[in-house]
Design a protein around this ligand. Structure first.
Ligand SMILES: Cc1cc2nc3c(=O)[nH]c(=O)nc-3n(C[C@H](O)[C@H](O)[C@H](O)COP(=O)(O)OP(=O)(O)OC[C@H]3O[C@@H](n4cnc5c(N)ncnc54)[C@H](O)[C@@H]3O)c2cc1C
Length: 317
């Protein structure tokens, strides 16, 4: 099949990819955007309450459609297919989509987001099981709720402290014999009086019909018990969506892409934006900002040849 040429390949139709599409089109780059879900993860969010400009909240799906329509009206080309593979061919990036179409461009932005790691146990799809405390935690404010947090890393510790101000009680469960969070985070958890920590405790099943009512857990002594809860927040990690990449790029051990101050990866001409990137805050507003910045620096890169493959001297930690 013949290669279709464009200036910029964008992988992902979430807030990062759509913002990148808007900004690149406005800077004169022709963008081809891959992804079959306009708005990306936004479709999962009932009401977005922390995106500036919508003080009463906005359904995630609607916000995603707004962003998608805006990118479309700027002239971005949407394939509505996923990228099966992204390869490097000389100075160009070559994307093969799931329908067999092949696109090539001198620039690419990976904005493919990440997927929350889930537990493969019974009833994992009940209402009341959440993956974003900043987003869904406030739903339980004033409800005298008991909330379980699964995962005792730094993020889990942060969630506990955040949720302890909302819930009547927070129970932190970790299957390990100690918490993996930093000493400072452990201290913050210990200072929150309504947080109970259960170590050596593993989730066996979620309990409930449609809504979560509790969790069945086991401990190493073989005992199983039920913990009642109104909500549960998973914090066992997120996996970046990078399986389409066929060439090596600097990344964290979990696979999140490392970038320089201009959001370029260790591969010249390849940028990363949004949740797929190694960053400290993964939210809609930061993903939009990433997309705008990646597109702007991609345009700058191609126009000024500010970086070259040889002179590409980045400082990755
Ligand atoms: C349940 C939930 C609630 C949340 N609530 C909030 C909230 O209230 N406020 C807030 O600010 N943030 C919230 N977030 C976080 C927010 O959704 C993310 O930070 C944001 O969507 C990240 O944007 P993104 O564009 O980087 O990635 P995503 O939104 O994940 O979009 C990436 C897209 O790329 C697609 N993709 C992956 N691989 C490929 C491929 N090979 N080819 C083509 N496409 C591909 C994915 O399928 C996805 O559609 C929530 C997240 C979840 C899961």
């Amino acid at each position: 099949m013949q290669e279709k040429l464009c200036d910029l390949i964008i992988i992902g139709t979430g807030p990062a990819g759509l913002s990148a599409a808007i900004y690149s089109q406005r800077q004169g780059l022709s963008a081809t955007v891959f992804g079959d879900t306009p708005g990306g993860n936004l479709y999962m969010i009932e009401s977005v309450k922390n995106y500036p400009g919508f003080h009463e909240g906005v359904p995630g799906m609607q916000l995603g459609i707004f962003m998608y329509s805006q990118a479309q009206s700027e002239g971005a080309n949407f394939t509505m297919t996923n990228v099966g593979s992204l390869e490097k061919s000389g100075e160009r990036f070559v994307a093969k989509d799931t329908s067999g179409n092949i696109y090539s461009a001198p620039l690419a932005i990976i904005a493919a987001g990440s997927t929350p790691k889930r537990l493969n146990v019974q009833n994992a799809a009940l209402d009341g099981i959440h993956y974003c405390a900043l987003c869904d935690g406030p739903l339980y404010r004033g409800k005298n709720a008991v909330i379980i947090v699964v995962g005792g890393g730094d993020r889990g510790g942060h969630l506990c402290v955040f949720l302890s101000k909302i819930a009547r009680q927070v129970i932190l469960i970790d299957k390990g014999s100690s918490l993996k969070m930093s000493a400072a985070q452990q201290k913050a958890v210990a200072m929150a009086e309504n947080v109970e920590v259960l170590l050596n405790t593993e989730v066996q099943a979620f309990i409930g019909e449609n809504e979560l009512k509790g969790v069945l857990v086991s401990s190493p002594d073989g005992q199983r018990k039920e913990l009642s809860a109104d909500a549960l927040f998973m914090s066992i990690g997120w996996a970046p969506n990078v399986s389409m990449m066929r060439f090596p790029v600097a990344a964290t051990p979990e696979g999140f892409l490392k970038t320089d101050a201009k959001l370029m990866t260790s591969c010249a001409g390849l940028f990363a934006a949004g949740d797929v990137r190694d960053s400290d805050l993964k939210q809609i507003v930061t993903s939009c900002a990433d997309g705008a910045r990646a597109a702007t620096h991609a345009a700058e890169f191609i126009q000024l040849k500010q970086y070259t493959a040889n002179g590409h001297n980045l400082n990755f930690q």
